[in-house]
Design a binder for this molecule. Structure first.
Ligand code: NAD
Length: 286
């Protein structure tokens, strides 16, 4: 039995007895930017694991409806909702609709993001602001709405032993500097300390906040890095595991991190990068 120092009985970890059971059954998830790439794969993986899912998109309505259909085929509920994560009023309206349709939110996946690359001295204020506003401020706005609801509702022990989970999709560039992408690396470094600071603040309410830091994943954001054999071979110099990541690699990690299997994991970045952060240049040098 799980007993606190004050003698209070704490809810036990909700875990299935066999892996085929849907480990997120009964949970309500919102995935930003899930009409494409990593967000789409995470939304599908959560739906397959039994969660009901809000598929957020900014543009790409048709793709978003396709993701909704696939989730419904798993037997979970889903609907698509258009909102720009950098607009406070749109984010608040998106959560209000979710509370009406699904009752609450248990899992937030802060995924929406973009790149606007330029050599540093040529980077415009517009390019800087757009990346920071979507990648960092967007995650702040969504996390704040989720935490408000998690604290209002508290733990529902039949659903999860946590009052709520936030997973920020960060990047290996929360750690690795990236020339020519100063705005992007700054946004992901910001996500890292935002995530840890929120986690520290809300942990006593049994809210878990973590990041997944992907390496090179095959999605539209980085087509130039993998779409020709030359580019792919160059990329593999940075990946000790010698394969590109697939969006499903992130989907599986997100299901685990959102589930009660990961109940004691809080305030950490899970690198899913084939070893990209292992300083591959030192394999034969140094
Ligand atoms: P992607 O371009 O396929 O997906 C980005 C998604 O974000 C799209 O659905 C897009 O519509 C959405 N989006 C962009 N701006 C938005 C806004 N203002 N409001 C709402 N949605 C918005 O690329 P991806 O690779 O799937 O990227 C997803 C996340 O993963 C991003 O945060 C990215 O930084 C991160 N990431 C990707 C890689 C990689 O190698 N692909 C590596 C590390 C981190």
């Amino acid at each position: 039995m799980n007993i606190s120092p004050e003698g209070e009985q704490l809810p036990n970890v909700v875990m299935p007895t066999c892996p085929e059971q849907k480990i997120l059954r009964g949970q309500k998830a919102l995935v930003t930017g899930s009409n494409s790439g990593i967000g789409k794969a995470v939304a599908l993986a959560l739906g397959e694991a039994g969660a009901d899912v809000v598929v957020n998109y900014r543009s790409g309505e048709e793709q978003a409806h396709g993701v909704v259909e696939e989730i419904r085929n798993f037997g979970a509920q889903a609907y698509a909702h258009q909102a720009d994560v950098s607009h406070e009023d749109q984010i608040q309206a998106m959560f209000q609709r979710m509370f009406q349709e699904f009752g609450t939110v248990d899992i937030l996946i802060n995924n929406a993001g973009l790149q606007r690359d330029a050599p540093f001295e040529e980077m415009t204020l517009g390019e800087w602001n757009q990346v920071i506003t979507v990648n960092l401020t967007g995650q702040f706005l969504c996390a704040r709405e989720a935490v408000r609801e998690f604290k209002r509702r508290g733990v529902v022990k039949e659903v999860s032993c946590s009052a709520g989970k936030i997973i920020c999709i960060s990047s290996v560039h929360e750690l690795i500097p990236w020339a020519g992408h100063v705005n992007y690396a700054a946004s992901k470094g910001g996500v890292m300390l935002m995530m840890k600071s929120i986690a520290q603040e809300v942990a006593p309410y049994r809210i878990r906040v973590n990041s997944i830091a992907p390496g090179a994943i095959r999605t539209p954001i980085n087509t130039a890095a993998w779409s020709t054999p030359e580019a792919y071979n160059d990329l593999m110099k940075l990946v000790p595991y010698k394969r590109i990541g697939e969006p499903e690699d992130i989907g599986r990690a997100a299901v685990w991190l959102a589930s009660d299997y990961a109940d004691y994991v809080n305030g950490t970045s899970l690198f899913v990068d084939g070893g990209m952060t292992l300083y591959p240049g030192f394999t034969e040098g140094g």
